[in-house]
Design a protein. Sequence first.
Length: 252
Amino acid sequence: MKIVFLGTGSSAGTPAIACHCPVCCSADPRNRRLRASILVRDEDTHLLVDTGPDLRQQMLRADVRTLSAVFYTHFHADHINGIDDLRAFNFAQKIVIPCHADERTATELVGRFRYCFLPPDITWAKPSLSMHRIASPQTFGAIAVTPIPVMHGPLPILGYRFNDAAYLTDLKIIPDSSLMLLRGLKVLILDCLHYEAHPTHLNVEEALYWAQRIGAERIILTHMTHDIDYATLAAELPDGIIPAYDGMVVDL
């Protein structure tokens, strides 16, 4: 199983529009961040997490040609607004693509993008998706997927465990019941917005706290703003913890 980091940025991406800070102007390619998303690959099973506004660019860069399913963490714009670009996979595969989310996110997606969830037309020219509420572990090929409830400030959302790896972005608190679902991880991918405290996201200090509590073999930080310079953060982190960068591939 491999995890491809399609994007490692926050809602604004990096560089941010109209910003000339050192990170936005950096020549280090690891400081160029599309909106946060991953692809989990195992043989012919390709599982996408979130469809942010950079989806087309991400799919082309990673040479993704088929999708098995899409998993949504929550309904904020930087995680859903690229949904229309899924139609390319409908056209190529001639299948309805299953999408999985919690009840609130599923309701928001179907309400905002109703046309995507109608029956397919004969030309497969529009998104043709089916919505499924996920509340318990399911298996896709050789990948066991477990939804992990977390709190994005006051909003309950989902992270996901894929076999021995977990992806937890846009969070502030991990309930004790969810910590039980994160035992024995080889890789933990964790929200890390910036250095300052934030009401709905982890900052660097909080990400290190949760990394220690969960105790995965490897910790990878993602969903970073332009306040974080890749090389600077990487030099500050303890052994076993690294920042992610766009295009990074983790082989489990």
